[in-house]
Design a protein around this ligand. Structure first.
Ligand code: AKG
Ligand code: FE2
Length: 583
């Protein structure tokens, strides 16, 4: 049998390269790598085809070596990446991609000086390349973490979240859209997000504001100024001598906004205005005082932002693809759907979990007052009330929203605020959490530790669905991992058996989603009696039919709202005599 002709090998090599490219684009770096290596074998045989120019041969060889380096980079085989990128550079010493890939691998290995040489050269070759700029920022951060003095001056690079792939650098061109961390709305790509923008309110507060005039609407979840505000605007417009042009109406509205922050508007109880004022004062006092007592102030420092070492490397690399055609694929590779509508992925590094728990211990020991996250959890703390809101705002824009919008395109199209808190479970305190739905559009829940057994998170169905009270999944938290789900998916925590569990919860809010018709789905008839595990003493009208109310919670009987009357299953019976028309 005669050996294949050089021309045939060449053709086979190119074909394999193309197949490798297709696999890489599909997000299958291992399959791609196998094909590229095979291709390289065929393209680098000693006898080269006579009909192909030397320059073309070198260029193809270099291109496959670069692709091999890209696969290794993606797979975390950093030394191999360095080797192949170096081989490519022998063929083409000024190859920008080779310098970039080798620089990135060298940074991740910790060879910062070598990485700097490569990345600087790559940057000189293509100064505007966003990936190179992101990589340089990561490098500066990594260096800073190792030697803060040496790179102190470079910290302007690190503004906000720039540590994570330079997402927030103010002048970054992001495929036609720039994103500064101060943008009112993050505009996600895709038709769902576009549709949601129609429902953005005309007047909106960037974050939770505690004010009697803000939550008085029919649907308080909208967090909009309510009728006292509009009444006052109309009254002033009527009294105004000016013709009510758009400009004067706007000026009037701003005036009323200003006034409502200074004194109660007509019709608003002075006492509720005072109470809101007091709560806000207390909150600011705690933030100010705790600012002087923090153990790890860097964790609160939104000017510097998030350090890459705090997040799990898998999350960092998925986020690095942001703004590229690989972004969605990278997120899908990161995330596992553990059950319909429930997604899990690596989030914090172990060292950050420890650091943050240490910071929380410090807060608990400070004796400063803290608001509890909800009526069912007495030992957690609202982190927005102790100064962490700006950090989560950055996280929300740069990490949470891009991930959530892949799986929940409508709910996550435009996040605008968040409620972030810690829950804590241990014996003698809160052992578990009643089944519930949250005042959250998309929830991120990350386990920080410590040692524990039990305390699984039980998921049931989506609020209003026929299987809304049927168990769908029981999730065991793992330290550093995040679970993401819609707030309207019923869930609750089983009692803890041993140890202590602390989780960080971010409730992401979207006014646009809540104003959209999609959010107004009506409940359908329940398919049958509920699973006992899905019963909620705070929500359900039939809890007592299946279970004894927990001690001290008997007064919840008769206060439930679920299922709504039109959605009762066949044979439904309410547990309360009042409902049944009894006492
Ligand atoms: O314990 C958990 O993991 C869930 C906590 C939760 O759902 C909540 O606080 O709303
Ligand atoms: Fe919850």
């Amino acid at each position: 049998m005669s050996a294949a002709a050089p021309e045939d090998l060449w053709e086979q090599g190119l074909e394999l390269k193309n197949k490798g490219n297709a696999a890489f684009r599909k997000g299958e770096p291992t399959a791609a790598l196998v094909m590229y290596i095979d291709a390289l074998g065929k393209l680098t045989v000693p006898d080269q085809p006579a009909n192909i120019a030397d320059a073309e041969i070198q260029s193809q060889q270099c291109s496959v070596m670069l692709n091999v380096a890209a696969c290794h980079l993606k797979l975390g085989s950093l030394d191999a990446c360095v080797d192949f990128a170096s081989q490519a550079l022998q063929l083409d010493p000024k190859n920008q991609k080779a310098l970039f890939r080798r620089g990135s691998a060298l940074r991740q290995i910790g060879r910062f000086d070598d990485a700097m040489v490569d990345l600087k050269t790559a940057s000189e070759l293509e100064p505007k390349n966003p990936a190179v700029r992101q990589e340089l920022q990561l490098l500066l951060h990594a260096r800073k973490a190792k030697d803060p003095e040496k790179t102190r001056k470079a910290s302007s690079f690190a503004a906000r979240f720039s540590s994570l792939a330079g997402f927030a650098s103010d002048d970054r061109d992001n495929g036609g859209r720039t994103l500064a961390a101060t943008d009112l709305f993050y505009e996600a790509p895709g038709p769902a997000a576009k549709k949601m923008r129609d429902y953005l309110p005309r007047v909106r507060f960037r974050s939770l504001i505690h004010h009697p005039v803000v939550h008085d609407g029919e649907d308080q979840h909208h967090r909009r100024v309510g009728h006292h505000f509009y009444k006052e605007v109309l009254r002033r417009l009527r009294e105004s001598k000016e013709k009510a042009s758009q400009a004067s109406a706007l000026a009037m509205s701003v005036g009323v906004l200003y006034d409502m922050l200074k004194r109660p508007l007509p019709g608003v109880e002075a006492s509720s205005w005072e109470a809101a004022l007091k709560q806000n004062d207390e909150r600011r006092t705690v933030i100010r005082q705790y600012g002087k007592m923090m153990k790890h102030p860097e964790v609160y420092d939104a000017k510097v932002g998030w350090q890459p070492g705090w997040l799990h490397p898998a999350l960092v690399s998925a986020c690095q693809a942001k703004g590229t055609s690989e972004a969605e694929r990278a997120i899908k590779d990161l995330v596992t759907e553990v059950s319909p509508g429930v997604y899990s992925f690596d989030f914090f590094s172990k060292s950050f979990c420890e650091l943050f728990l240490n910071e929380l211990d410090n807060f608990y020991a400070s004796g400063l007052p803290a608001r509890r996250p909800n009526s069912m959890n007495n030992y957690g703390v609202v982190l927005n009330d102790i100064g962490w809101e700006p950090m989560v705002e950055i996280l929300q824009q740069e990490v949470l929203q891009p991930i959530a919008s892949v799986f929940f395109p409508e709910e996550a199209a435009c996040f605008d605020s968040h409620h972030t808190f810690i829950v804590r479970y241990r014996a003698e305190e809160d052992k578990g959490l009643d089944m519930h739905i949250d005042d959250s559009d998309v929830t991120f829940n990350i386990c920080l530790g410590r040692e524990f057994t039990g305390c699984g998170l039980v998921f049931c169905g989506m609020n209003g669905a026929a299987d809304h009270r049927q168990v769908s999944h029981i999730y065991q938290h793992q330290i550093g991992k995040c679970i993401m789900h819609l707030g309207r998916k019923r869930h609750g925590a089983d009692d803890i058996s041993t140890g202590e569990r602390l989780n960080l919860i971010v409730w992401n809010h979207s006014v646009a989603w809540r104003s959209s018709p999609s959010s107004k789905a009506v409940s359908v008839k329940e398919s049958g009696p509920p699973d006992k595990k899905c019963l909620s003493w705070t929500h359900d009208r039939d809890y007592g039919v299946f279970k004894e109310y927990p001690p001290g919670r008997e007064n919840f009987m008769g206060r439930g709202w679920c299922p709504p009357r039109h959605a009762e299953y066949d044979g439904f019976r309410a547990d309360s005599a009042v409902e049944r028309g009894g006492g």
